[in-house]
Design a protein around this ligand. Structure first.
Ligand code: PEP
Ligand code: MN
Length: 694
């Protein structure tokens, strides 16, 4: 390189010296300013009533900076940009100060999982997010997939997982949404990072040497214009951006470049050939911090809640949900739909709203939402990431809520407010103020509406022929839904235990052939998901009514649940079991009275007819009755069924078999074809008198 002449070099050096001095001073002032910010955070902590953000004050600052800047012949816009960044970090510092000290800080490093390899964008997001949290070091762990990170989180091997949820160019990351809907985890924070793609390669590689550009397909897509101009190169997809950078370092490939972050180039000893190679100017990715349990945070922070819902299959149900937010003045910031895997043409909706779930407006909107949804799961309430681009235009801080138990320092756990006194702990299953009733849809059949629904079929699925024959029989008699046990809970281990999944396939085939949705019992938690893929409704048997782990698991599925009353369960306990399912997110519960144990031995169980009106007055859920297991013998089934119908049941579930004498299970109580015809005939006037149809 040609050396500069001496006087020029002197001028350059002097100028640089002056700048270095000024920069030092700038940094010192920034540090001092940050100390002052800490003082403010302290003051805000002392006074939980003080608002965290003061938009007026921020606006004033911008005006002052702009005025000062112009006075110094500096661009007001430039000063504003700098101030925006300073305010951003001030807010982060306050957030860190106001965050309750987490337990991990006392026990050691926080273990954070992400998908990818070191120096990937997720890893960078971890660095940024945890800069606002107190901790004694970060122990990061990269996983091969999003699911593997969530597995480790659920197993307690890590404290958090940080996963990407959306990108401004590429859109939503659906796999992460689906994991959130299904797994037992909660969102506790979010972070947004600027994605600045660079073209990186081994030191010494020149742009014209590059023959292959390797990266994640989405990154390649985001840099298409740049790549189109690189004549003579081919794009090669790789499972992640930082991994592509690493592969070049490992292979020592001289004619390969990767699209990755500047940080990953530094991490793997590569050089940057070109910066900001993505097409759109703004390329940002939002990440979610996921934990096992919700975390407390200061109520004054701008916050956000995420939900997943599936709406009733009724006209206007989605509109009613959205209306609920509008009525309560809750700002809906995102709505995303995903197809439901098990039910073609039905959808799950993911929503982001502003505010915490214990904000009165949000809580009221959620109450309203429950009426219109089959499923409602709160994915988390967490401090909102006030992004760099948001400037001062963020919502005014909410006044600290004093309603539900004043909390020290204004820091509290976001949780759904306590139930109205009237319903005790039955927050979800208890009857509603407006007396509205839930209708549960199973395939095309609705229970709890104007139609009285008869479910029928054999106790157990015994063979393909038996189940097809049974289906033809019950359909001809007027049953709308078919029952049949594939997994049988038998009192004796030596009795027939059911045909399992093979039997379930037969039941499904029969249901399809005769156009009836099917219901079957789930015995084990680990089978629930697989059974839900084949059955239209899942039954919790009497023996499992208080298997709370099973109830929770069923609460996570998008399938209606038939909940049978335990043989020695009180009405309160049945409702509490329903509450478990609903609390896990599934609102589609049908209650079933099937007789209880009393001192009486003349019948298999004693049908508790009074439970029908009691359940219907204490809960909004539909109630059906199983006279078969209460009676235990064929002759009693019809009178009990008629009594239950007269008492207000929404439907019946009765066992029937083409040849009861051959039944492998509960043969004494199975109705014949003739019996079933007789029952339906006798039901007609009772059902009609109640203004319903059969
Ligand atoms: C059944 O419906 O097959 C059954 C076993 O019922 P319950 O759980 O009510 O005994
Ligand atoms: Mn049975």
């Amino acid at each position: 390189m040609k050396r500069n002449s001496k006087p020029k070099a002197d001028g350059l050096q002097q100028g640089r010296k002056a700048i270095d001095q000024l920069d030092k001073e700038l940094v010192r002032l920034l540090a001092e300013r940050m100390k002052a910010v800490q003082g403010i955070a302290d003051a805000k902590r002392q006074n939980p009533d003080a608002p965290l953000r003061d938009d007026g004050r921020e606006r004033e600052l911008f005006e002052v900076w702009s005025r000062e800047a112009v006075g110094h012949d500096l661009s007001g816009y430039f000063a504003g940009r700098v101030l925006r960044e300073i305010l951003n970090w001030s807010r982060r510092e306050q957030e860190r100060q106001l965050r309750p000290k987490s337990e991990e800080t006392s026990t050691g490093a926080v273990r954070v999982g992400y998908q990818g390899v070191p120096a990937c964008y997720s890893d960078l997001a971890i660095t940024k997010l945890f800069s606002t949290r107190d901790h004694k070091g970060l122990a990061r762990q990269g996983f091969r997939s999003f699911g593997a990170a969530i597995d480790a989180l659920e197993a307690g091997e890590i404290d958090y997982a940080l996963l990407p949820i959306e990108n401004t160019i590429a859109g939503s990351i659906n796999d992460v949404y689906d994991l959130l809907a299904r797994r037992n985890v909660t969102i506790v924070g979010e972070e947004i990072i600027d994605v600045e793609h660079c073209l990186v390669a081994l030191p010494g590689t020149k742009l014209e040497d590059v023959r292959v550009v390797r990266s994640h397909p989405v990154a390649l897509q985001q840099c298409r214009e740049f790549l189109d101009n690189l004549v003579g190169t081919v794009a090669e997809s790789y499972h992640d951006t930082a991994g592509a950078a690493r592969s070049i370092a490992v292979e020592k490939a001289v004619d390969v470049a990767a699209i990755a972050s500047e940080e990953s180039a530094a991490h793997y000893g590569l050089q940057v050939l070109a910066r900001k190679v993505h097409d759109q100017r703004e390329n940002m990715t939002r990440f979610l911090l996921i934990a096992r349990e919700p975390e407390a945070f200061d109520k004054r922070w701008p916050s956000k809640s995420s939900l997943v819902i599936s709406v009733n299959h009724r006209q206007g149900a989605l509109l009613a949900c959205l209306q609920a937010f509008a009525t309560q003045g809750v700002n809906l910031t995102k709505l995303e739909s995903r197809p439901l895997a098990e039910t073609p043409w039905e959808y799950l909706f993911y929503l982001d709203i502003e505010g915490r779930i214990d904000d009165p407006g949000v809580a009221a909107a959620l109450e309203e939402l429950r009426v219109h949804t089959n499923r409602l799961k709160v994915l988390g309430s967490y401090p909102r990431c006030v992004s760099e681009t948001e400037g001062v235009q963020v919502a005014a801080p909410q006044a600290p809520a004093k309603r539900n138990g004043k909390v020290k320092d204004g820091v509290s756990m976001p949780k759904i407010p306590a139930a109205p006194k009237k319903n005790g702990a039955l927050r979800l299953a208890g009857s509603r103020e407006d007396k509205s009733r839930t209708r549960v849809r199973i395939g095309g059949v609705e229970i709890g509406g104007s139609q009285f629904v008869v479910i029928s079929g054999p106790c157990a699925i015994e063979s393909r022929e038996q189940v097809l024959e049974s289906a033809a029989m019950v359909k001809a008699c007027g049953a709308r839904i078919m029952r049949g046990g594939a997994f049988k809970p038998r009192s004796s281990p030596y009795s027939f235990q059911g045909l399992g999944f093979e039997g379930l396939d037969m039941l499904r085939e029969a249901g399809r052939a005769y156009e009836m949705p099917v219901v079957t019992e789930v015995l084990r938690i680990e089978d629930a998901g697989r059974i839900a893929e084949k059955a239209d409704m899942l039954q919790v048997g009497a023996r499992n009514m208080q298997n709370f782990a099973l109830l929770r698991e069923l609460g996570r599925l998008d399938r209606p649940i038939l909940l049978k009353r335990g043989m020695s369960a009180t009405i309160e306990e049945v409702l509490m079991a329903a509450e478990y399912i609903m609390d896990a997110g599934n609102n589609q519960v049908v209650l079933c009275e099937r007789g209880i144990r009393t001192f009486e031995t003349a019948t298999r169980a004693t049908l508790d007819v009074s439970a029908i009106p009691v359940l219907k007055s204490r809960s909004h859920l539909p109630v059906i009755v199983d006279p078969s297991h209460a009676a235990g013998v064929r002759d009693l089934v019809i009178p009990l069924a008629l009594a239950a119908t007269a008492a207000g049941a929404d439907g019946l579930i009765v066992e029937a078999h083409p040849r009861p004498e051959e039944a492998l299970c509960d043969k004494d109580q199975a109705l014949t074809r003739g019996d079933l015809e007789e029952l339906i005939h006798a039901l007609r006037p009772i059902v009609a008198a109640q203004g319903r149809t059969l």
